[in-house]
Design a protein around this ligand. Structure first.
Ligand SMILES: Cc1cc2nc3c(=O)[nH]c(=O)nc-3n(C[C@H](O)[C@H](O)[C@H](O)COP(=O)(O)O)c2cc1C
Length: 335
């Protein structure tokens, strides 16, 4: 057994995390989300270990801004050596944690033999974890499903988790539904298999010493509070991406920080320097604006402002003046 060098209170200090989501949780979204919560753990999109190995531009895949801490990098892969190499790179780059994706059911990921299909190969997963643990000194966590296809009993789930735990996995994030690898596309695999919190609860009851975080269908801060009565953490995905503004009180309500009123205009003003820097480095305004659009909902004229942002920010030559204008309009409207 690999010795666990991390104290439980370090590993449970991130009570809430914002889930890894392809094409959503890029560094621009993470900078935006960091204005909303300083304390929650943020995740990268999944980065494939093999892609990192062969990449001629690792900076592009790995770079993040200092303010994004605490940040976990999510890796995909099934080759222990490549994952160990990627883990070492992630530590060198300054990531706080590494997460292994054992939950993605997409056909492309399945054809690469990683993601959710690894739930059928606990020995390979254990080998990957062992090698990653040996190659770095930051926590290695797992994000998995309840099961796949017909490998979906409570006993199987517990055996799988035991394999990973013995190999040294430091925290388990369980998306509380199974995945069907044939017949459902990734989107359907996030909605059709029912959420089964009871089964994750049973796992936590049988393995109280393990750090278990619940994921799936957690849509409000109150849901997080309820989740944290049973589990060590609450991971929020779609509700954080699509409705970022409803999470502005995470730090006060979950982490006991002093309450701070954050308006939409204040959040936008805070990200403008990052957008400016990105544009100076050949980035585009739209990379951040596409996420900012989700901030503007449930207020008067939201539709008009969203439309303006969407139309003007997609122009390749657009600069931050449109963001300043929208922030001012929001401020004038008391938002
Ligand atoms: C657009 C999108 C992309 C996703 N990409 C990933 C991914 O790269 N890695 C991963 O582990 N999960 C991914 N997920 C799954 C989420 O992390 C999360 O497990 C799932 O959405 C359930 O949580 P929720 O109900 O809070 O959204 C993705 C989800 C969405 C909606």
């Amino acid at each position: 057994m690999i010795s666990n060098s991390f104290k439980k209170n370090e590993l449970t200090s991130y009570r809430v995390s914002i889930a890894p989501m392809m094409d959503c949780t890029d560094r621009h979204f993470r900078v935006l989300m960091r204005q909303i919560t300083k304390k929650s753990l943020l995740y990268t999109e999944m980065i494939v270990a093999q892609a990192l190995h062969y990449s001629k531009n690792r900076n592009k895949l790995l770079d993040f801004d200092e303010i994004e801490h605490p940040i976990s990098i999510q890796l995909g892969g099934d080759n222990p050596n490549l994952l160990a190499e990627a883990a070492q790179m992630a530590e060198d780059w300054g990531y706080d944690e590494i997460n292994l994706n054992i939950g993605c059911p997409s056909p492309k990921v399945k054809s690469g033999n990683f993601g959710a299909c690894l739930m059928g190969k606990p020995k390979i997963v254990a080998k990957c974890i062992e090698k990653m643990k040996k190659s770095c000194n930051i926590p290695i966590t797992i994000k998995q499903r309840l099961g796949i296809d017909n490998l979906d009993s409570d006993d199987y789930l517990m055996q799988f988790v035991d394999h990973c735990s013995i190999a040294g996995a430091d925290r388990f994030i369980i998306h509380a539904r199974k995945a069907w690898l044939n017949g459902l596309n990734p989107k359907e695999n996030r909605t059709i298999p029912p959420l089964q919190y009871e089964r994750v609860k049973k796992l936590k009851k049988n393995r109280p010493e393990l750090i278990i975080e619940l994921n799936g269908g957690i849509n409000t801060i109150n849901d997080c509070i309820k989740t944290l009565k049973v589990f060590d953490g609450a991971m929020v995905g779609r509700a954080a991406y699509s409705h970022p503004f409803i999470w502005t009180q995470i730090d006060s309500k979950i982490y006991g920080q002093p309450e701070e009123y954050l308006s939409r205009s204040k959040i936008i003003k805070k990200v403008i320097p990052f957008v400016q820097k990105n544009i100076e480095n050949d980035g585009r305004l739209w990379q951040m604006s596409k996420h900012i659009i989700n901030l503007i909902e449930n207020i008067p004229n939201a539709k008009i402002m969203r439309q303006e942002l969407s139309e003007k920010c997609q122009n390749q030559k657009a600069d931050v003046s449109i963001l300043k204008k929208i922030a001012q309009q929001l401020e004038d409207a008391g938002q």
